[in-house]
Design a protein around this ligand. Sequence first.
Ligand code: ZN
Length: 168
Amino acid sequence: MAGIFSFKCSSCDEIHEGSPSFACRAPDPYLEQSKETQEAGRLTDDLCWYEDEDGMHYFIRVCLEIPILGVTEPFIWGVWVSLSKANYDRYVETYDSPDTTVQYFGWFCNYLGYYKNTYALKTQVHPRAENNRPFIELEETDHPLSIDFHHGISIQRAQEIAEKIMHR
Ligand SMILES: [Zn+2]
């Protein structure tokens, strides 16, 4: 039976309740830019772009939802993916009334602490209605994050990841 996730933290001894949710505040490539480049670009809660010597780079904030086996709510990572200019423009144009019938190709643009290199994994972005951030589907590969996404994680593993991220 599916339940609510909670656990006694081995790191701080508190009870942490609710399925874990962690957010990356910006795409990692943006954070790697100089202050000038960052300031000439744009970063909001949902959108980001900047220009460097290779040209323009466009990103949107999305949700990566990893099922926790036996628990209703997934483990949620708030992450960024890069889109082509055409897809980014379309996403921005339909931001207030998203087209939920389309998918956008996106490159995963964050390094998630717990996993080995997650940068540039291939994803499909699915817009959602009613102000919910899009969710992404990871390409099925043997990358640990892809395996967790497609097969779900145990409660024990969810706890292990959450403790590591919360108290790093
Ligand atoms: Zn704790």
